[in-house]
Design a protein around this ligand. Structure first.
Ligand code: PEP
Ligand code: MG
Length: 327
């Protein structure tokens, strides 16, 4: 099976009816560049920058971050690398917590990701300057995690403007036109997507958190794991709403949650109109294989049926049959 998938490794992720799909990779560390290249991903759609912060009890300096980001950006140039700002807290506690988060009764509803960064602007701007400096060595996009509404997005963008001004003052190079996207992974961001779109260059849907928060299911709790269902009608409808809202304002909409790397769900996402998938590098071959075995017109029909379906089990059965007929 594995070797059959690899027969298409060097071929475009193009459907039988001629639609090309961009497949990018999710990575966490510079040494994963080799995997991105091996599986012919078109750059990185989600670089989780937590690694440097989780591997030490000290917050990394701007310089340390710049060196790590530059290695990835330069190593993959001219392909783009979407660098996500720090997303700690919740399922990613900081080791030894250097006073940033502290114990919380509800870490998943707590002081995590962009919320924590906005309250620590010195640390956040160190990261933003490091990312901006890396943008001088290739193609960089910036993306904010866990945005819940326009106020957070505006505050993050204001700090980004400050970071740019500081680099100008220092005479350090960066891409002045760097694109800035918003992760849609909190239900409020999905519902108020039109407002966020006004100040975003693109959307990237984090289905892991989005499903967790939509269905109120802790994704790490095995007793309720069976309720974590990507085919739940609320999930399918919400995905459609995000895609339509982004497209109505001319934004590219990608998916970087695990759903994008599951060949079972990729046709549903593409049929809903998602422009780009970002997935674990080793999963690229299976999604590429399936895309080459399907028609986009059939994926659109699948999505239209899923949107009408009231029973998640029936939606799952449809999605599974679509997959089995082609793999
Ligand atoms: C997500 O929530 O889908 C996502 C991609 O972010 P992470 O898994 O890093 O929380
Ligand atoms: Mg997330």
């Amino acid at each position: 099976f594995e070797s059959r998938l690899m027969t298409v490794n060097d071929m475009a992720a193009e459907t039988l009816d001629g639609v090309r799909v961009t497949l990018r990779a999710n990575i966490e560390k510079p040494d994963e560049i080799a995997l991105v290249k091996q599986y012919r991903a078109a750059g990185v759609g989600l670089y989780r920058t937590e690694f440097l912060f989780l591997s030490s009890t000290k917050v990394p300096t701007e310089e340390q971050q710049y060196v790590a980001y530059r290695e990835i950006v330069a190593g993959l140039a001219p392909d783009p690398v979407t660098i996500r700002t720090l997303d700690v807290g919740g399922d990613k506690p900081l080791p030894g917590d250097p006073g940033l988060i502290g114990p919380e009764a509800n870490p998943f509803l707590g002081f995590r990701a962009i919320r924590m960064c906005l309250e620590n602007p010195v640390m956040f701007k160190d990261q933003l300057r490091a990312i901006l400096r890396a943008s001088a060595h290739g193609k960089v996009e910036i993306m904010y995690p866990m945005i819940s509404g326009p106020e957070e997005l505006d505050r993050a963008n204001a700090l980004l403007d400050e970071a740019k001004a500081e680099l100008k003052q220092r005479g350090q190079a960066f891409d002045a036109k760097v694109r800035v996207g918003t992760m849609i992974e909190i239900p409020s961001a999905a519902i108020a997507g039109d407002v966020l779109a006004e100040h975003s260059d693109f959307f990237s849907i984090g289905t892991n958190d989005l499903i967790q928060y939509l269905l109120a299911i802790d994704r790490g709790n095995s007793r309720i794991a069976h309720l974590y269902d990507p085919t739940h009608p609320a999930v399918v409808r919400t995905l459609k709403q995000i895609v339509d809202t982004g497209h109505a304002r001319g934004l590219k909409v990608s998916v970087c949650g695990e759903m994008a790397g599951d060949a079972l769900y990729a046709p549903l996402l593409l049929g809903l109109g998602v422009d780009e998938l970002s997935l674990t590098p080793t999963l690229v071959p299976s999604v590429r294989y399936l895309i080459r075995a399907m028609k986009m017109s059939d994926a659109k029909k699948l999505a239209a049926e899923a949107l009408k379906q009231k029973d998640a089990k029936k939606t799952y059965a449809m999605v599974e049959a679509f997959y089995n007929d082609r793999m």
